[in-house]
Design a protein around this ligand. Structure first.
Ligand code: MLT
Ligand code: MN
Ligand code: ZN
Length: 302
């Protein structure tokens, strides 16, 4: 096949937030409905991206990584220890985005892109990278918001800072660059993809990063800001946990259409969010606004 026939391909490996859907210890209405078939189960948050459909970049390393790799032939080895996995890019140091790093410990070497703040948390906070280094060589590449990352021919990438008020469980509060989003550009087609699985507010700077992109994958954690509080499952609102709710006058459903993304797809969906159910009014509202709900295995050409 001629190179020009390739366009950047993305695969949603896991479309749920931390815990997955259904979550092991949750009997909420949505989890119960998913258990009885009202929507497919979903694994935890990660996507894979490739410019040549042969070498793949992982954006976040989910605790469900092993099953996600097995479910996707693109990530199967091409020979003894010949993995098509090139590197892992992290948006933050959250457990649902990083526990999978330990599951890659059989690698000879692993290239990991993370901001200095996330790297510090992974070494001194959760300790995941310090542990991983006992098993394989970890090549850390510092992600600096605003600076271009050269990943591979035909695919350019830039991280941008995502302000968050989420309390860090094991990082210094003030750490700048705790959360980033990524903007990837297919240099051949000019197509752009923005990956933003955790965002609390669409600030002017973030809106500028998103504007006019071909495909936006964005935080769809909660439908309502007080979703978990109302269910008695948490004391914090979605925003207090670093996630912009979908519904409401300042929610993402109201704000996103004006940004002109070619496709807008909700990812990192919490198990309580009724958009997970195929027949819910909330799912219909997303559809009627021209947006989409990610499912595991979904693929998009950028
Ligand atoms: C979050 O982003 O708030 C989570 O998905 C929570 C978690 O990982 O437990
Ligand atoms: Mn999460
Ligand atoms: Zn639930």
């Amino acid at each position: 096949m001629r190179r020009t026939e390739f366009r950047v391909l993305l695969r949603v490996l896991g479309s749920a937030a931390g815990g997955g859907s259904p979550q092991w210890n949750c009997g909420c209405q949505v989890c119960a409905a998913v258990r009885s078939g009202a929507g497919p189960p979903r694994t935890q948050s990660s996507i894979a991206v490739s410019a040549d459909h042969r070498r793949w970049f992982l954006l976040n390393a989910s605790p469900d990584l092993r099953a996600q790799f097995e479910a996707f032939p693109g990530l199967h080895p091409r020979g003894q220890r010949a993995t098509p996995l090139e590197a892992v890019l992290l948006t933050d140091a959250e457990l649902d985005h990083t526990l999978g790093l330990l599951l890659l410990r059989e690698a000879r070497a692993l290239r990991v892109y993370a901001t200095p703040a996330a790297h510090k948390t992974l070494c001194d906070g959760s300790g995941l990278l310090s542990t991983l280094r006992h098993y394989c060589t970890v090549e850390w590449r510092a992600v600096i918001p605003g600076a271009d990352l050269s990943l591979t021919d035909g695919l350019s990438c830039r991280a941008f800072d995502v302000p968050t008020a989420k309390r860090a469980r094991f990082a210094a509060e003030a750490d700048h660059g705790r959360v980033v989003g990524y903007r990837l550009t297919d240099e051949r087609s000019g197509g752009t993809l923005v990956y933003l699985p955790a965002v609390q507010a669409l600030t002017p700077a973030l809106r500028a990063e998103i504007e006019g992109c071909g495909c936006l994958l964005i935080d769809g954690t909660c439908w309502r800001d007080d979703e978990l509080v109302r269910l008695g499952l948490a004391g914090k609102t979605a925003r207090e946990m670093g996630h912009l709710p979908i519904d409401g006058p300042d929610g993402s459903l109201a704000q996103l259409p004006s940004l002109g993304a070619g496709r807008t797809i909700f990812v990192h969906i919490n198990n309580t969010n009724p958009i997970l159910l195929a027949d819910s009014p909330e799912r219909r509202a997303v559809r009627e606004s021209g947006m989409e709900v990610a499912a595991d295995g979904m693929e998009v050409q950028v």
